[in-house]
Ligand binder design. Structure first.
Ligand code: FPP
Length: 249
């Protein structure tokens, strides 16, 4: 990884430390287009996208952001050409294996959310190993949404609550937003304050449907592989100009 100049490691002076988002979520879009613009195979965009994600994770950690969630593979992404799906699964596994020691050393606590049982067995094993090895780390939570769908997550939560009702552990009248949230894959994490989507598309694409209820949304035309510290700085500057009202006046 390339070293950042010192001035970019510290929080830029025009950002207010007390008004940083606690949790940033990213829809990493535009890898294919980035590759196409360079006459490269699409998968090279994903490969480059990993570097962008690593740099963003380090930046969030340096600037004191508590959690970063990245949409790495949706339940709909299985519909992509098989070689691209295979490439992505192998890439996730390789990155996990190669980066685990550094994540441990840097205090990253990694989580995977999604329908993990649907992933290749060898990837599931790497995921378990990485989550166990980083479980006590405290610097930053890094959440990777893989085989993730927001609707599927809500159905999963409903089933889990229904099973508890059936077993007589809870009463339907006990079901409220706090209880529901605990049954989501992201249970216990703060909701994202800021949702960033790269490459200009104005869609949520089945990502964190429950959790983004009051998130500020920032869409940039920058393609994911080009989303560097300067681009993130700009997103945070924009975020800090917003008035968050949560439905109040
Ligand atoms: C969307 O761009 C990107 C993806 C579906 C994959 C994102 C995955 C990574 C960047 C790898 C992350 C790695 C780890 C280990 C978490 P696209 O292919 O839809 O781009 P396009 O819209 O230009 O075609």
């Amino acid at each position: 990884m390339t070293l950042q100049p010192h001035s970019l490691i510290e929080l830029p002076a025009d950002l207010d430390r007390d008004r940083l988002p606690r949790h940033v979520a990213v829809i990493m879009d535009g890898n294919g287009r980035w590759a196409k613009q360079r006459n490269l195979p699409r998968v090279m965009g994903h490969q480059r996208g990993v570097e962008t994600l690593k740099n963003l994770l380090r930046c969030c950690k340096d600037w004191g952001i508590e959690a970063l969630t990245a949409y790495a593979f949706s339940t709909e992404n299985w519909g992509r050409p098989l070689p691209e799906v295979d490439f992505l699964m192998t890439l996730f596994e390789r990155v996990l294996r190669q980066e685990l020691a550094e994540m441990v050393a840097e205090g990253v606590q990694i989580h995977f959310v999604g329908d993990l049982a649907g992933l290749p067995k060898s990837l599931q094993a790497e995921i378990e190993r990485a989550m166990a090895a980083t479980a006590n780390n405290q610097k930053i939570k890094f959440v990777v949404a893989t085989n993730y769908g927001g609707r599927r997550e809500i159905i999963h939560a409903c089933r889990s609550i229904a099973a508890q009702v059936k077993a007589g552990l809870i009463d339907p009248a006990d079901i409220d937003e706090v209880l529901f949230e605990r049954h989501l894959y992201t249970g216990g994490l703060p909701d994202p304050d800021l949702l960033i989507r790269t490459s200009g598309e104005m869609r949520v694409s089945n990502f964190l449907l429950w959790q983004v209820a009051y998130s500020e949304i920032y869409v940039t035309k920058t393609l994911w592989p080009d989303f560097d510290r300067a681009a993130f700085h700009e997103a945070l500057r924009d975020y800090q100009q917003r008035q968050r009202r949560f439905g109040r006046v």
